[in-house]
Ligand binder design. Structure first.
Ligand SMILES: Nc1ncnc2c1ncn2[C@@H]1O[C@H](COP(=O)(O)OP(=O)(O)OP(=O)(O)O)[C@@H](O)[C@H]1O
Ligand SMILES: [Mg+2]
Length: 223
């Protein structure tokens, strides 16, 4: 379902090609799989996730996401594909002018879900992440951990086929991190493919699973 074949990535620097950030990556993540994405700061974890959620295109190599060959697919095919992917961004990316409720409701509204149907789902999701009381708050009135939980709720509410989480416990306490893992492992059990980039070694030790490990853009472990 996710297949990288000799994928390389460099970011453009003022029109000139920058150094290669990801090099010769080849791996497969099967449908319904779970992967930790590990490696030191700057190793390329967020960049790898960006390739998977189609925010950047590979500079070389072949990339297949949810069964679609990205390098040859017509551009118009990509937005639909993107809507099947839920992302918890490392920097949250909540919409500042929308309440917690409206941020979480966004994917459902974009999918055309009627207002009457989505209110209960969004309310339940906010309760689940412990933010029922903060439903009307704007992001600027929320703590870092609260914002992270809104970002998590928004990523999972549409039941994506693929869920990517970039350091999703960075601002959570241990109890909240455990709740998050319970949610993600349950989604994975129900068939969602899950990829989690993290530095949280204690969490990885508590949930041993297949890991992709990057070092300076190279894939140094896949197992
Ligand atoms: N938009 C960009 N333009 C140029 N270089 C970038 C860009 N984004 C990231 N980089 C560089 O790519 C490398 C990998 O960055 P990336 O954010 O993927 O690392 P990471 O493993 O997610 O690190 P962290 O654990 O700190 O989040 C770094 O050297 C970074 O400086
Ligand atoms: Mg990162």
């Amino acid at each position: 379902m996710i297949r990288f074949q000799d994928v390389g990535l460099h970011y453009g620097l003022g029109g000139r090609a920058g150094p290669e950030i990801l090099r010769d990556l080849s791996f497969v993540i099967p449908s319904g799989g779970f992967r930790w994405l590990l490696g030191p700061s700057g190793a390329g974890k967020s960049s790898l996730l960006r390739l998977i959620y189609l925010a950047v295109r590979p500079s070389r190599g072949a990339l297949s996401i949810l069964g679609t060959e990205i390098t040859t697919a017509p551009r118009r095919a990509l937005p639909r594909l993107r809507r099947r992917i839920g992302v918890v961004f490392q920097d949250f990316r909540l919409l500042r002018h929308l309440s917690a409720f409206d941020n979480v409701a966004l994917p459902l509204r974009l999918a055309g879900r009627p207002e009457g149907q989505l209110r209960a789902d969004v309310g339940e999701m906010l309760r689940w992440v412990g933010l029922a009381q903060k439903s009307d708050s704007l992001p600027e009135a929320l703590s870092g951990g609260e914002q992270q939980r809104v970002a998590i709720a928004r990523a999972v509410i549409g039941r994506p086929d693929l869920l990517l989480a970039d350091e999703p416990t960075g601002n959570l306490d241990e109890v909240q991190a455990e709740r998050l893992m319970a949610l993600l492992t349950e989604m994975n059990r129900l068939g969602t493919t899950v990829v989690i980039a993290t530095h949280n070694d204690a969490l990885v030790a508590r949930y041993p699973a297949h890991a992709l490990e990057l070092d300076q853009g190279w894939l140094v472990a896949d197992g």
